[in-house]
Design a protein around this ligand. Sequence first.
Ligand code: URA
Length: 230
Amino acid sequence: MKLSRIVSNQNGVSRKRANALIATGRVAINGHLCRDAQQDVSEFCAVTVDGKTIQQARPSRYLMLNKPAGYLSATIDDTHPTVLELIAPNLHDDLHIGGRLDRASTGLLILTNDGNWSRRLTEPVVKIPKVYRVTTEHPITEEAHRRFAEGIWFEYEQLTTTPAQIENIHEREARVTIYEGRYHQVKRMFHAVGNRVTSLHREQMGKIQLCDTLPPGQYRPLTAEEIASV
Ligand code: URA
């Protein structure tokens, strides 16, 4: 929300008066004076006028979960356990998932209550690399490498996927890097080259790497560096 709106949302303060308060250096965001009435201010910032708080900073949360198989990437479901059930209830408020994993998939899952941040992490236009360790039913061929690198046509979305890389580990195991997070993307890409994914584990999103020491079902807060990397 614009700073002028936050200031004028107080009882009896007109937009004109709010702009004057801001211009004369009486308004601070997180303790720093701000004279720009058009400044965008998130709900995670504290705003004061003459030192008096008019907006409390809402606590922001950024969690890394090592998702076990069998949990739905959802906050509520009638049939299956959800990943939210793995998180302490006092941390739940407004948490959502930044980039889902299928129920059978495992690995790095990020939960946050910061919608702007998670959009940057997941929007296909931003092209953040996502790294998966994949095992397949059949050997991973040179043809698969080539087709992934060219991009694969997705009929339903009417688009070609951004060029992706495969790094073979064994004949039927590889590390795959994609730059979008479309529905069942990795499985559909392998299906398009006549193969089938038998297991899928996300290791990394951008610079955020699943912690080696985090057992399945456990989570930890992201570090300030990890948050800033998005
Ligand atoms: N691609 C998939 O097919 N499944 C996932 O869970 C993630 C990426």
